[in-house]
Design a protein around this ligand. Sequence first.
Ligand code: GLU
Length: 425
Amino acid sequence: MAELVQRYLDQIRAEHADDGDGALADYIPELATVDPDRFGLSLSLADGYIYESGDAAVEFTIQSVSKPFTYALALEHIGADAVDAKIGVEPSGEAFNEISVDERTKIPKNPMINAGAITAASLVPGTGVDDRFERILEFYSACAGRELSVDEDVYASEKATGARNRAIAYMLQSFGVLDGDPDRILDVYFRQCSITVTSTDLARMAATLARGGVDPGHGRRLMHPAVVQRTLSVMVTCGMYDAAGDWVSAVGLPAKSGVGGGIAAVLPGQLGIGVYSPLLDEKGHSVRGVRVCRSLSESLGLHFLSVPRESRSTIRASYDVESGVRVYELHGDLLFAGAERVLRTLERECVDFDVAILEISRVDDIDDAARRMLAGMRESLRRLDKDGYIVDPDAAMADAEVTVHVFATLDEALAAAAQLRASDG
Ligand code: GLU
């Protein structure tokens, strides 16, 4: 039944497949020669379940999507006070590579622009460049749930051509923000930007933030909740640089983009999204990446300000009424991630029943995305030679294009199930 969500994802991706706007990053040759048509989309639910569409296995360099993770690592190791003494949390409204510090405090305005990100790399403890970088690579790998590596050609180019970042680092040294040799710190930053990931890696990394610092694949705690809260906060206010306001209004997910073409977006408590499409707008964001996130957010109801309540405990109880008929009682708010969970539970358990009855009378609120998914449940169950009914006394499903049988009471649903089973012999 996971195929229902898969279909949504494929459909949303297909809607944007022909968008050819934007240009490849060309400040280094390696980025200018990638295939502009590549387009991968991945979704990681908080429990680690992954959906992939298109070029989700294609590797690209993480670039600035790395910034929130290195910031989180610095917070984790040296604490918020020490980090705050060197990096602010105010949106700058500036381009990512602005040569600037806060006028009053003389420290970088936030960790999402290069000045703040270079400083964050300097705050990760380590005995030297290699040691510090190893710590970063290990941390990203743990979040992604696999061992990541560096694109050595991109790294060499970043290092050879990074005049602007060098200017930023030396400026930071002159203000006393950077302790240590700026070139050695930049070396860590350039390597960090050159780590290769797939859209699925980004989705998993985002899902680690969505789960408050616990990696969804293995259930290990990688960050403290307070670190995640701070990291997500700066992703909201500064993650999309000078397009942050537009992004929050239209998409409403803490996110970070990179000039490699990646975007990672987080719906706290629920899921992580990873997108790859290398054609960029003039602000350095993946054009299709932004559009597809916008479509996903709209059609699945993911805007974080419209999802105030968690939907993890959607199934309140399930029980067999008679052999072959299982009732699932749902409660709370039923939104995309909750409905997805219900469908996956049905898929997993359908060997044990012929008819599943979803009892939704205790559901407080159900959004369009969840309604559509429940409406499609029957079709999916029929393909598995099963059936599915909904008990909906308050007509919460009334607006859905319903192909599923909806009953006003559990007794009516049970009677229909008994009849069906009798007629099936
Ligand atoms: N390596 C790039 C830089 O530091 C990353 C920029 C980005 O992805 O926004 O200039």
